[in-house]
Design a protein around this ligand. Structure first.
Ligand SMILES: Nc1ncnc2c1ncn2[C@@H]1O[C@H](COP(=O)(O)OP(=O)(O)OP(=O)(O)O)[C@@H](O)[C@H]1O
Length: 325
């Protein structure tokens, strides 16, 4: 499948083709039974485009997405779709919603075509429309070669692609995908990013990830969360301004690199022929010979997410590297 394939978009009836949805979250909070506040006082306006929701494990991303997908009710605040209450009356949002949850469950004995057919019927798609749509979607997610095999024999990445296809069945205005690229290989990730960019021309596409490079190039805006709170929201290039002048690099001996890690906020370390290239976040030059460099989104993420919460493994940036693909 080529990367420049475009999704067969159709505008919902009664809506100008260029009018996109607006989803407003206003002071939204979610306190689970037991008293844990997973999301706190979160205000965010979503308009068409790819919105990358970034945050470490436990930040509240899935909870926020479940609220947007009307699966979970917020315990405080309001959510409006095009100005209308989408909590008290979730119907219009649900009618135009595609949702790929993290734990997307497929029936192992069904083939992908049967499974998508079943979901299409459950969502009220007429059989003829559903057949054509499923053919398009199977091509789009590059599964046409596997349609006769039961889902029980699919790899994790293939199942993820089935999940993406089911989220697109009803040609949604709002697409919410929770860690959609988990289990996809680098080529599939790249293809998926291109697909999202295509889709997001007139749709809200929200995807969560803890891998900055998954959204860095494709997102029109980034929302960074930690501890249930929204820390930043804006266009990547605007957010980057905050990190300007605060990222430094130096090549040092391996012993010195370990020492720097103890004393400074190290964004990443890369072995080079003559030592270790250390990238440090600091308002001033952290050592003699350090050179100021252009910040990237990983640097920004590490600057805004409280230390110790930014990564999940392998040091501060361990879970965030593009190279961890
Ligand atoms: N049903 C629930 N009941 C109680 N607490 C919950 C529930 N679901 C999530 N939590 C807690 O709420 C917090 C936020 O969880 P959430 O899954 O929304 O975060 P996340 O950013 O999606 O993390 P991850 O990337 O690990 O999925 C966590 O502390 C989690 O343990």
């Amino acid at each position: 499948m080529s990367d420049d394939r475009t999704f067969p978009a159709t505008a919902p009836q009664g809506r100008a083709p260029d009018a996109g949805p607006v989803l407003d979250l206003i002071g939204v909070g979610k306190v689970y039974r037991g008293g844990h506040a997973a999301v706190e006082d979160l205000t965010l306006r979503l308009t068409p485009g790819v919105i990358g929701l970034l945050g470490p494990n436990g930040a509240g991303k899935s909870t926020l997405m479940r609220i947007m997908a009307t699966v979970t009710r917020p315990t405080s605040g309001r959510m409006l779709l095009d100005g209308a209450d989408a909590v008290a009356r979730p119907g219009p949002l649900r009618a135009g919603l595609g949702y790929l949850p993290q734990d997307f469950g497929a029936y192992p004995h069904l083939t992908s075509r049967e499974f998508l057919g079943y979901l299409a019927a459950a969502r009220g798609l007429p059989a003829r429309v559903a057949r054509a749509r499923i053919d398009d979607l199977l091509q789009l997610v590059n599964l046409t070669g596997a349609v006769r095999r039961p889902l029980g024999g699919y790899s994790g990445g293939m199942l993820r692609r089935v999940g993406i296809a089911q989220a697109l069945l009803t040609d949604p205005r709002v697409l919410i995908a929770d860690e959609p690229t988990a289990g996809l290989d680098p080529e599939e990730r790249a293809r998926f990013r291109n697909l999202l960019t295509d889709l997001a021309r007139d749709r809200i596409v929200v995807l969560s990830t803890h891998i900055v490079s998954d959204v860095g190039s494709s997102a029109s805006s980034l929302a960074v969360m930690a501890g249930g709170r929204l820390l930043r929201h804006g266009a990547p290039e605007d957010l980057l301004g905050e990190a300007e002048g605060r990222v430094w690099e130096a090549v040092v001996a391996p012993d010195a690199a370990a020492d720097l890690r103890e004393r400074h906020h190290v964004s990443r370390m890369v072995r080079t022929g003559d030592g270790v290239r250390v990238r440090i976040l600091s308002p001033h030059a952290p050592l003699a010979g350090a050179v100021g460099v252009r910040p990237d989104l990983e640097d920004l993420y590490l600057l805004v997410v409280p230390p110790g919460r930014a990564g999940t493994s392998g040091g501060p940036a361990g879970a965030l590297r593009g190279s961890s693909w």
